[in-house]
Design a protein around this ligand. Structure first.
Ligand code: 5GP
Length: 192
């Protein structure tokens, strides 16, 4: 998506350790006009999917999932990072390793809000090694719900998450795919 690529070129900062900082428009300060465009693009790409729920993970997925949900007119459910998990059947839980924080979280959703009738669109801001997305996939599968697809704002194509999800047969739509980036020069190359 040209608009997002231009914005990443203009405002993205490449950091050591394969981190692309986009906190002035995507995941700290939020450009809601841009989010409207990203939501509309997800709606175009998944127009044929009978989505009943959008699932994301706190915190940085929530804003983009919420704006996207305006186009699908369905609820947003966000997986919460939990301190302790009581597996009493009222919730689904999985473990997610945070790429940016280098620690493992338990993440949960209430079984009340994810059921076998749901057709789920997973939305997140970034796809790197795929831990967050695979955790969300696990929660949907525990509920017996159907995964309609995975919508990502920025995929770092040189990390393994996108390949792994596509190899498993999931429909992954990334609005910008970074092919390579260089912390020394700041150069960012996109895949088309
Ligand atoms: P994964 O689980 O696919 O390895 O990483 C995805 C999660 O890590 C996203 O939810 C996002 O919050 C965070 N993340 C991964 N790579 C980056 C990055 O380059 N920049 C930023 N800002 N967040 C990232």
């Amino acid at each position: 998506m040209e608009l997002l690529e231009e914005r990443i070129r203009r405002d993205g900062i490449v950091r050591e350790g394969n981190i692309l900082k986009v906190d002035n428009f995507l995941n700290h300060q939020l450009d809601i006009d841009l989010f409207e465009e990203l939501g509309a693009e997800f709606a175009r790409r998944f127009a044929d999917a009978p989505v009943t729920k959008i699932l994301t993970i706190e915190a940085s997925g929530i804003a983009i999932a919420s704006i996207t949900a305006r186009y699908f007119h369905v609820p947003v459910l966000f997986a919460k990072k939990a301190q302790s998990v009581n597996l009493d059947g009222t919730l689904y839980a999985t473990k997610v390793e945070s790429f940016t924080h280098k620690r493992v979280y338990d993440v949960i959703v209430s079984a009340r809000f994810l059921t076998a009738d749901d057709h789920v669109l997973i939305i997140d801001d970034f796809l790197a090694n795929g831990c967050a997305a695979l955790g969300l996939v696990d929660l949907v599968e525990q509920a017996g719900a159907t995964i309609e697809g995975i919508g990502i704002a920025v995929e770092k194509g040189f990390q393994k998450g996108g390949q792994e999800l596509r190899d498993r047969g999931y429909r992954v739509e990334s609005l910008a795919i970074v092919e390579s980036m260089d912390a020394a020069t700041g150069e960012i190359v996109f895949r088309h």
